[in-house]
Ligand binder design. Sequence first.
Ligand SMILES: NC(=O)c1ccc[n+]([C@@H]2O[C@H](COP(=O)([O-])OP(=O)(O)OC[C@H]3O[C@@H](n4cnc5c(N)ncnc54)[C@H](O)[C@@H]3O)[C@@H](O)[C@H]2O)c1
Length: 283
Amino acid sequence: MATIGIVGAGTMGGGIAHVAALSGFNVLLHDISTDVLNRALQRISTDLQKGIEKGKISAENVEQTKQRIRSTSTFDDFSPCNLVVEAAVEKLDVKKNIFSELEQRCLPDAILATNTSSLSVTAIASSVKNAERVVGMHFFNPPHLMKLVEIVRGQKSSDETIRKTIDLAKQLGKTPVLVNDTPGFIVNRCARPFYGEALRILGEGIASVEDIDRIVRLEGGFKMGPFELMDLIGIDVNFAVTKSIYEQTFGEPRYRPHVIQQAMVNAGYLGRKAKQGFYKYEL
Ligand SMILES: NC(=O)c1ccc[n+]([C@@H]2O[C@H](COP(=O)([O-])OP(=O)(O)OC[C@H]3O[C@@H](n4cnc5c(N)ncnc54)[C@H](O)[C@@H]3O)[C@@H](O)[C@H]2O)c1
């Protein structure tokens, strides 16, 4: 069975590892922090356990799935990978460094995918010699529950890379949609006003976090309100995406970040992962 490498074992990397291992792939999960790796393995185990309780998966399958995941802190282990999904922090220089490292270690025909939410896949690909094998593979949070994956065609991604990545998304049980490389792709572009307007309503003292979320859920038919969703995504991650789209569109006012986002990040109120965001979570 093919091996999938995953770089970054945070919210998304851990979830993508879960999906890949459950679909029968061998997984190599990488992070610079061993604490993060241990927490990711623990979270995968907890989420799989919930699957047993709901009758969705057998105890035997859970054991096999866990055994398919190996963690590592060195890229030297990535040589057998047929595909790597990078899910490290949303910073162009960090991602470019990772891709340059990966190119030197992975099989020459391995696909190098990025889970970036907003950065240019073409810019990330500029760090490798063969940009044809670079593509965006944008999973949604939480990856083991969300069906959609945006497959982002960089300016130099080859048709072969796109075809193989779409096939792989299907093998992972996902619904792929092909998009061109543009700031925010489809979903994050549509979602900017969702968060931005909610933050402005809050900032102008028009309504509370709870009321905005409640009305959007009840009357808008959304599963989560904007503040609940920002807490789930990570306020630092969401802020980084907003800034990235704003900068890449040369200051388009529709995408302007809000000072509340900066204030939350300054305070370390990053959402669920910090047990405090717009809401408080159990310790
Ligand atoms: N959180 C979401 O809802 C969401 C959804 C879709 C896509 N994304 C994208 O996925 C990526 C990861 O987001 P996240 O929410 O998982 O972030 P996160 O902060 O939870 O995890 C990022 C991880 O990357 C690791 N890391 C940093 N530098 C690294 C390096 N050089 N090598 C290896 N690991 C490194 C960190 O230790 C951390 O564990 C970002 O590009 C983000 O935009 C996030």
